[in-house]
Design a protein around this ligand. Sequence first.
Ligand code: ATP
Length: 239
Amino acid sequence: MLEVRNLEAVYDDVMLVLRGVSLRVPAGSVVALLGANGAGKTTLLRALSGLLDVHDGEITKGSVLLDGEPVHGLLPAQLVRRGISQVMEGRRIFAELTVEENLKVGAHTAPRRAAANLERVYGLFPLLKERRKGVSGYLSGGEQQMLAVGRALMSGPRYLLLDEPSLGLAPALVGQIRDLVVEINKQGTTILLVEQNAAMALSISTHGYVMETGKIVMDRPAAELLADEDIKEFYLGLG
Ligand code: ATP
C-alpha cells in the first residue's frame, strides 16, 4: 500500500499547493486522481516520486508511507529502487536516442533484470519492438506516450504513477492507453492514474479522488462517482 497522510507542499518556500492531502493506493488497485488544471495533482505525483526538489518545491508537513514505512525525503532513484516509478506529463523521452536506448535508460536502477523487463515491455508494446532501432523523435505522439510508459516499466515497478497519459491523443489512442493500463495492472503493477479524462479513468479504477485547490474534496469508489449525476456534473465535467 502506498499512502499519503496529511501532506502539505510548497513551491519557492511560500506557495502552498498541497494543503493536507490524504490518499491511499492499495496494492493491486488502479486509483484515479482527478481535478481541474492547477488543483495540485502533478505536485502530488512529484511528492510521491521525489521530484519536488527539482521544481523548487518541498514537502512541509505530513508523510508518504510505502507498506507502512516513511519514504518522503528519499531521492527519486531511491524511490525507483523501492518500486515507485513515474511517467511524467508531456512524455519527456530522449528524442535523439533510439527507442531501445530510451528503454534502457529506464533500466539503470535494475540492470540485472533489464533483459527480462525489456521482453515484458516489448510484449506489451509490439510496436516499440518493431521500431526499436528507430530514432524516438520520429515517433507519433501516441507512440512516444507508449515509450514513456515502457521506460517507466523498465525498472519493474510495483507502483506506477501516470500523469495524464491520454493528454492530446486521438480518441482511438485513448482507448489503447486505457487497455494498456488495465493490462499493466493485471500483470501485477499498482497504478495511480492522474487524468483529465475522468470517464476513462473511473471506468478502469477501483477508487477515485477529486482534488480542488490543493485538497481532496471527494473520495469514493469509482463506480459511485460515475453513478452520481451531481458529482459528474460539478466535479467531473461529464454532465
Ligand atoms: P495540470 O493538470 O495543469 O498539470 P495539476 O492539478 O497537476 O494541474 P499542478 O501542476 O500540481 O496542478 O499545479 C498546482 C499549482 O502549483 C498551480 O498553481 C501551478 O501553477 C503551481 N506550480 C506547479 N509547478 C510549479 C513550480 N515548479 N513552481 C511554482 N509553482 C508551480
